[in-house]
Design a binder for this molecule. Structure first.
Ligand code: HEM
Length: 428
């Protein structure tokens, strides 16, 4: 899919039509993307393009529309506000410390290899659980890596056209029911634990349970909570896990980047745990993360349905058309990025970022429906990376050269990404 889009983009230009089972208009230029997500955003709804996502994770803030979306987003915003991040960072750091120290203990030797995606998925799921739902729930969120993968695949498959009714006992539907049952059991366990807690413990879960929805004027039902918790699990962990996993692939053969990261971590942190105040000081790590999100962000594109006819950069869009802002196109557009295909954290150095069109860099999308977890996940990725670099020397296996990105709902590696970790002298 990514190859097809890239080839078409290079052949056909910044706005082009493709047939993906239905007619879709792909937009790769920042100005066109801006029209869809901000300038004329009221004309572009999630609509039917999100039906597949709704069938699995339900109608949470990611999939809601109109006033229902607005009141839910307003309800949830404070939990992701800057003022909450100090507290959330603490949960991230404690979880990271447990996971990385645990790796060393589990392997019982100084040098060992990990399957990066598998480890990062487990870690980021724990971070979301601890930070948003409460630390005491860490042991109860025991969804296996395989089931999480299967749930994400289901979300993807549902987006790909015709789906047989649920009750038809196809192999796909049996997998659907099994996966949903496993994941929902955990979700309802989380909600029940949240209900037993005293209100006002500062977690997003308590906030959701104890609030009154401004649109309906009543508290959220168990079903609405299920959709929201499922949404946060899905949207909140794999994206960050993939960012770290792709980052490892980009580090292969880049000793210059590895040693600059190490130098910064040693200078800013030494062996002390990172705190929220350290985040702005880890400027090079942040550049590395930004550059990873530019080249291998977990969300390559999004999709909207046009409500009425429109024109995007001179190309006609008809009511009912699917329109796809192609973030990967904008991220590698020659008019906005020098050497766009090169992994160069310097692209995000302060002096080189000045005056850049903000619509040329959209890993979290933009406009009203921009990712609510944007800052949360940037802090999380930088902090976890710092903890990893504090403890280990990284050696990325040459096999990563064969790892290809596969665009489902997120961009996932088609093979395991193997990284060799060696404990640094101060952590042995
Ligand atoms: C590197 C990490 C992440 C990336 C690249 C990412 C990317 C995105 C993108 C592109 C969207 C817009 C989707 C669209 O409009 O079609 C989005 C929405 C969303 N993201 Fe993220 N995300 C990340 C991490 C997170 C985290 C950590 C959370 C929660 C803890 C989160 C929760 C959400 C939610 C709830 C929405 C829907 C917002 C709305 O429509 O109001 N994301 N994300």
């Amino acid at each position: 899919m990514l190859n097809v889009l890239d080839d078409s983009w290079r052949k056909l230009g910044d706005v082009f039509s493709v047939d993906i089972g239905m007619h879709a208009v792909v937009v790769a230029h920042p100005d066109g993307i801006k029209r869809i997500l901000a300038g004329n955003a009221k004309n572009y709804i999630k609509g039917a393009t999100y039906d597949g996502v709704r069938r699995i994770i339900g109608n949470g803030v990611l999939a809601l529309e109109g006033d229902a979306w607005k009141s839910r987003r307003t309800l949830m915003n404070p939990a992701f506000h800057r003022s909450a991040l100090g507290h959330l960072t603490q949960a991230m750091v404690e979880t990271g410390r447990g996971a990385f120290d645990g790796l060393l203990q589990r392997h019982g030797r100084e040098t060992f290899t990990i399957d990066a995606h598998r480890e990062m998925v487990k870690l980021t799921l724990d971070v979301v659980t601890a930070a948003l739902f409460g630390k005491e729930l860490l042991g109860s969120v025991d969804i296996s890596y395989e089931s999480l993968g299967a749930a994400l695949e289901l979300v993807s498959e549902q987006g790909n056209g015709f789906v047989l009714p649920h009750w038809v006992p196809t192999a796909g539907n049996r997998k659907f029911h099994k996966t949903m049952k496993e994941v929902e059991t955990v979700i309802y366990r989380v909600i029940a634990a949240g209900r037993r807690r005293p209100p006002g413990d500062g977690t997003l879960l308590s906030m959701l349970i104890n609030s009154v929805d401004a649109e309906t004027n009543r508290p959220l039902t168990d079903h609405e909570l299920r959709d929201e918790v499922f949404t946060l699990f899905v949207a909140g962990h794999e994206t960050t896990a993939l960012t770290l996993t792709w980052l490892f692939t980009l580090l292969h053969g880049r000793d210059d980047v590895l040693s600059a990261m190490k130098e910064e971590v040693d200078r800013v942190l030494g062996t002390k745990d990172p705190a929220f105040d350290d985040y702005p000081k880890l400027t090079y790590l942040r550049q590395v993360v930004d550059e990873t999100l530019r080249l291998r962000g977990p969300v390559a594109m999004t999709a909207r349905t046009a409500v009425a006819d429109d024109e995007v950069l001179g190309v006609r869009v008809r009511a009912g058309d699917i329109v796809m802002p192609y973030f990967y196109g904008a991220h590698r557009h020659r008019d906005f990025w020098p050497e766009p295909d090169r992994f160069d954290p310097g692209h995000f150095a302060a002096d080189r970022s000045q005056g850049r069109n903000p619509w040329s860099y959209l890993p979290f999308s933009a406009g009203q429906r921009q990712c609510i977890g944007n800052t949360f996940s940037l802090v999380e990725t930088v902090v976890l990376l710092a903890q990893l670099v504090q403890r280990f020397d990284l050696d990325v296996d040459a096999s990563v050269r064969d790892v290809k990105p596969v665009a489902m709902v997120t961009v996932r590696p088609d093979k395991p990404v193997t990284v060799r970790l060696t404990a640094r002298a101060s952590w042995k």
